[in-house]
Design a protein. Structure first.
Length: 574
């Protein structure tokens, strides 16, 4: 084998200790174990080695090889690319031996990982050998790589991480190397017929070369399908040409000139979402759409597939209306779970009154969904309204200026406001209206009705005094906010603190309306539920009080359509 690339990195470390050590006091001096928690809170007496000196010298390591008062570490990383007329191999070795202080023996770790391209078979192999320094306990593994992961990025990261491991305790010697990239670039350069740009080596380049060497015909956008699993096998290519796109279609149960024409154009491939559309609306209906619409369905980035029951949809007009909104789901403008909930609400409400899916645009769908959400709550759980003090609201909701931008804090109070926020932000905040301790602010930028907003959760709690702490701040789809929001949020936090400091804040109340009946409850602080066991008694003794609704029946009401049922206190599980 000819070596075309080789690098070695080696480090030594010596830590010498004194030949004596002190004992730590089990209980700090002056403290009394009042509750008898020893040994739960305090560790028993232990011995601690006192460090004397450190060294990174190879000569010092050799001198102290057998010194039991020293901790010794020797690490080595070797990276090679070798080749012959049959194969090219990239392999890297890790060797580490460590002797703990007070011990005479070394613990040795060895590992070899490799990637090998067989020129004659046109196959890529990956393998490893663990504990290769042992005769009997060596473990080996090797397999043909099927391109189910990004092997180039993964192996480059593995080599670079091992390099960092070698130098983790040697910051003076550590430099910003690209050993993984250099080794992989050299490995790829010796594979026949490979073409890649110098700084853009990728798994796709490697996979494309192997397919080309096999005589597979690739479409221009074949890389779009490269991350799909499973990838076509030799038997699939024998049945389809050999053509890559035809094999991909066969594996996904797709056929027809129209689909093939569309797949030549797609920039992202999501066969599952397209199949969901076919299952919901029918194959003829979907294939009757334009190429652009079918392309949108294939390019959708939504991966989840909630259960949807279309049995309640009976007319062609409703089906067409639904499909208009389904296209918005494919474009990621409407959340798929919201779309699924819409169908569920229609099914629930039709037990009591006739409702139809009439919306065809985003704005129409939003209004219709909010109305259906309220109707569904009316017939099942009821609608809620939180009540805060007027002085608190007036102080907190004043606009906040930051440079050229103005931010508007809006306190969410009604079920409709919570539902609207949840719809616009695509989050689950609509379920927070019943949480007594959760105070939700919709923080809107440059317009009181702006869709550019942050959903901010504050928690109302009490230790000695009432405190309101920000616990969660999220943008749309629960994403983190940009730094530009930080200063306005700090001002909002300051106002929240001052509202309790100046006694502007009053504990909230809640009003629940179910059918024709209305219930109202104040809120009170309670201790958390106690836990059994000695370990938890001190925690519960000092735990922060939590805010709950005073009348617990408010949150346990069910309206069947004819009768109002309340759950008695004895049945509550609080």
């Amino acid at each position: 084998m000819e070596e075309v690339f080789g690098k070695k990195f080696e480090t030594h470390k010596v830590i010498e200790y004194y030949d004596f050590n002190p004992l730590k006091e089990p209980v700090p001096e002056g403290e009394i174990d009042v509750f008898g928690l020893y040994p739960f809170l305090y560790n028993p007496p232990v011995t601690v080695w006192n460090e004397k000196r450190r060294s990174e010298s190879n000569e010092d390591f050799e001198v102290n090889k057998t010194n039991t008062l020293c901790r010794l570490e020797h690490k080595r990383l070797s990276v090679f690319v070798v080749k012959n007329e049959n194969k090219i191999t990239l392999k890297w070795f890790l060797y580490a031996r460590i002797k703990a202080v007070g011990k005479k023996y070394y613990k040795i770790t060895t590992n070899c990982s490799y990637i090998s391209y067989n020129i004659k078979k046109n196959c890529l192999y990956v393998g490893s050998i663990n504990n290769f320094h042992k005769k009997r306990k060596t473990s080996k593994s090797v397999r043909i790589f099927t391109f189910t992961t990004d092997i180039v990025r993964d192996k480059i990261s593995s080599i670079n991480l091992l390099f960092n491991h070698i130098f983790e305790d040697h910051p003076g010697k550590k430099v910003n190397v690209t050993i993984g990239h250099d080794a992989f670039r050299e490995f790829l350069s010796h594979i026949p017929k490979i073409r890649y740009e110098e700084n853009k080596i990728s798994t796709q380049t490697l996979y494309g070369t192997i397919l080309n060497n096999k005589g597979i015909k690739l479409c221009n956008n074949w890389g779009v399908f490269g991350n799909m699993w499973p990838q076509p096998k030799t038997i699939d290519y024998k049945k389809n040409g050999p053509k890559y796109l035809d094999s991909i279609m066969k594996l996904n149960g797709l056929s027809g000139d129209k689909i093939k024409r569309v797949l030549h154009r797609v920039r992202h491939f999501n066969a599952d979402f397209f199949k969901t559309a076919v299952n919901l609306f029918g194959n003829d209906f979907i294939l009757g759409q334009s190429d652009d619409v079918v392309q949108i369905l294939f390019e959708c980035t939504v991966n989840s597939e909630p259960r949807m029951d279309f049995s309640v949809i009976t007319s062609k007009k409703e089906r067409n209306n639904i499909f208009e909104i389904f296209k918005l789901v494919a474009k990621n403008e409407v959340d798929l779970h919201t779309f699924s909930d819409h169908i569920t609400f229609i099914k629930n409400i039709r037990r009591f009154e006739d409702v139809r899916w009439n919306s065809t645009t985003y704005d129409e769908f939003r209004e219709e969904h909010l109305n259906l959400t309220e109707l569904n709550q009316y017939y099942t759980k009821g609608t809620f309204r939180r009540i805060y003090g007027d002085r608190f609201e007036d102080y907190l909701t004043q606009p906040i200026k930051d440079g050229d931008n103005t931010y508007y804090p809006v306190i969410l109070k009604t079920s409709k406001e919570y539902n609207t926020e949840s719809f616009i932000q695509s989050n689950c905040v609509k379920g927070y209206i019943q949480r007594a301790e959760a105070l939700i602010i919709s923080f809107r930028k440059n317009d009181p009705e702006s869709k550019e907003r942050a959903t901010v959760e504050y928690k109302i709690l009490k230790e000695k005094e009432i405190e309101i702490q920000r616990v969660q701040t999220r943008g749309r789809f629960n994403k983190d906010l940009e730094e530009s929001w930080e200063i306005p949020l700090q001002i909002l936090d300051k106002r929240m603190f001052e509202s309790t400091e100046y006694n502007l804040f009053e504990l909230p109340k809640i009003v629940c309306k179910v059918g024709n009946k209305e219930f109202i409850s104040g809120s009170i602080f309670e201790k958390p539920q106690s836990y059994s066991g000695l370990r938890y008694q001190m925690y519960v003794l000092n735990a922060t009080d939590i805010l709950v609704w005073e009348d617990k029946k408010v949150l346990n009401i069910d309206y069947s359509g004819n009768d109002l049922v309340t759950i008695l206190d004895d049945d509550l599980n609080f």
